[in-house]
Design a protein around this ligand. Structure first.
Ligand code: PDD
Length: 289
């Protein structure tokens, strides 16, 4: 079942107009959440980011945070899923052709939930290949990467390049040539001095919710961290590289372009992922009721 506007409808009845400005202009926002054991992980943070994205594009979400939470749980329950990935999509709504947002009076509101399918175990055991692509991450003042917008062509173009290189994920540089992020993920690496590094928010990236959990974990493990500006060579010379997002959690990288990453046995990536899973379990335990 799909939650469309104010009700649950079967998938084949979940239809929206060709005049929807999400379809016509990519005018809208979205958020992806993960459900563990029937509990939405980091619900508050995701809802907060959803409202922030909406505000940044001048869109008034037609529901309160509480109503959205209720609707997400209703959708997941109706699909009898306890391990799921949920996407909330809100577009500007239906209106005549033209860019003016006021042409659309009612935003289109959609919740889709899919049973979570684990990534192949070898992705975590061995890691995945990534490549640094030519497509640059959107320039902040043009389209701020902090907006989780339906205008995803920047990332789609990067993904097309990565697929051409048989890579699992594309890493984009920002307009200055600093490493920014993946098409759907943040990137971290451990340098030769054992410092956990990740592009700073100033580089122009999405402030991933998983990213901030990882930075907290590093603090707890007393691993030094650095958020800053890094070049492709910093990745090539890294001891370990990994990707993070809500659904993949912490995914190790085997090689960046043609360069094999020197992962050691007993690696920090694995340890950080274990700690992440512990955080999830703790959160779920605390929010079960
Ligand atoms: N993607 N960077 C980009 C460009 C992203 O699209 C995402 C999330 C992230 C990681 O954010 P988080 O840790 O909050 O999931 C970073 C989601 C999963 C998506 O597009 O479905």
């Amino acid at each position: 079942m799909i939650y469309l506007n104010n009700k649950l409808v079967p998938e084949n009845k979940a239809l929206i107009s060709v005049f929807d400005h999400g379809f016509l202009y990519g005018d809208g926002i979205y958020e992806t959440l993960r459900i563990y054991k029937g509990v939405i992980f980091k619900l508050e943070e995701h809802v907060h980011r959803l409202f922030r994205s909406a505000e940044m594009i001048g869109l008034k979400i037609p529901k309160s945070a509480k109503e959205i939470t209720k609707a997400v749980y209703k959708t997941v329950k109706s699909n009898r899923q306890s391990e799921a990935v949920v996407r909330i999509t809100i577009s500007r709504g239906t209106g005549p052709l033209g860019l003016d947002p006021s042409l659309c009076t009612i935003p289109t509101f959609v919740i889709m939930s899919h049973a979570f399918r684990n990534y192949p175990a070898k992705y975590y055991d061995k890691g995945v290949p990534v490549s640094i692509v030519n497509t640059r991450r959107n320039y902040g003042p043009a389209l701020d990467p902090r907006i989780k917008s339906l205008n995803f062509l920047n990332n789609v173009l990067a993904k097309i390049e990565a697929k051409g290189n048989a890579s699992h994920e594309a890493l984009m540089m920002n307009y200055q040539g600093y490493v920014a992020e993946g098409t759907v993920s943040n990137v971290f690496f451990i340098n030769r001095n054992g410092v956990l590094c990740t592009p700073g928010l100033k580089v122009g990236i999405l402030d991933g919710i998983t990213r901030s959990i990882i930075l907290n974990i590093a603090g707890e493990l007393k691993i030094k961290t650095k958020e800053g500006c890094f070049r492709r060579n910093d990745l090539y010379n890294a001891e370990e590289v990994f990707l993070t997002n809500t659904s993949m959690e912490v995914m190790p990288v085997t090689c960046v372009d043609d360069v094999r990453i020197g992962r050691k046995a007993g690696n920090l990536t694995g340890l950080i992922h274990i700690k992440y899973k512990e955080k999830v379990a703790e959160y779920i335990g605390d929010h079960k009721s």
